[in-house]
Ligand binder design. Structure first.
Ligand code: BGC
Length: 249
């Protein structure tokens, strides 16, 4: 069964047709720059363009970089503030003429990793952390998602953690892997005191550099890099759309 999965981020909007029974891509992966300003209308037009490029006319699952409650964006950390209060599903469905189901982008990546990747078959408490322009988190308890955890906005050194440990912060401050790894370890230790997870999965573009910083991470639970790499958000969004349409969520 095929669904279009779309992963919307602060810098790029990526999409592909996904075989949701295998967790694999069935089309090329298309990336469009996130429009600037990243207003609802501009992003809806970009999504429409993406569906046209892929010649898609079925349901769409959409990972979105904000708190998403019943289809509505409730925050806007790395996108235009005018998103707050906007119904993503209604706007995107109207613009594309296709059914759209939206969820937080980290939760989407979590669905993919828990179904096909590093968290497959894992019971207990699993915390997936996506490291990119922001920090996204997905918490799974015995395989069930607790949506919109937003642990990237926990306070660390008097500011939200993502300003201190995101990949953007690493690049902006030109931190070595050692410096960044030690910072990230502080963040992990904070999370460990709060949640005592059984497993951490690190996702986002930086998961491919895991070997460069893993030696600086010291927490009780095992830490593994995400396995679906750049496709987790796309695959997970498609899986979410399937589950919503089936009525299993
Ligand atoms: C947002 C989250 C999102 C994360 C990754 C954060 O700034 O608040 O909702 O999951 O970035 O995109």
């Amino acid at each position: 069964m095929e669904f279009l999965g779309v992963d919307i981020g602060g810098s790029g909007m990526k999409g592909a047709v996904v075989d949701v029974s295998q967790g694999t891509l069935r089309s090329e992966r298309i990336r469009i720059e996130t429009p600037c300003p990243s207003t609802p209308d501009n992003m809806a037009k970009a999504l429409y363009e993406l569906t046209k490029k892929l010649n898609w006319s079925g349901p769409i699952g959409c990972g979105f970089p904000a708190i998403v409650r019943h289809g509505v964006a409730l925050s806007a950390s790395n996108i235009d503030k005018s998103w707050i209060g906007q119904n993503i599903e209604t706007l995107f469905s109207e613009t594309t003429g296709l059914p759209v189901m939206a969820l937080n982008d980290a939760d989407a990546a979590g669905y993919a990793e828990m179904t096909f990747g590093a968290g497959k078959g894992q019971r207990g408490t699993v915390l997936l952390i996506t490291i990119g322009s922001g920090i996204g988190t997905a918490l799974f308890v015995n395989g069930h998602d607790v949506p919109n955890t937003e642990f990237g906005h926990l306070l660390l050194h008097g500011d939200i953690a993502e300003r201190y440990v995101s990949n953007s912060a690493r690049k902006r401050l030109e931190l070595s892997w050692e410096k960044w790894g030690k910072r990230f370890n502080e963040y992990l230790q904070h999370l460990e005191r709060l949640l005592s997870p059984d497993l951490y999965i690190l996702g986002g573009g930086i998961s491919k550099d895991f070997e460069a910083y893993s030696q600086y991470l010291e927490v009780e639970a095992p830490i593994v890099p995400a396995q679906m790499l750049n496709n987790a958000g796309i695959v997970g969004a498609a899986c979410y759309a399937q589950r919503r349409l089936e009525g299993s969520l």
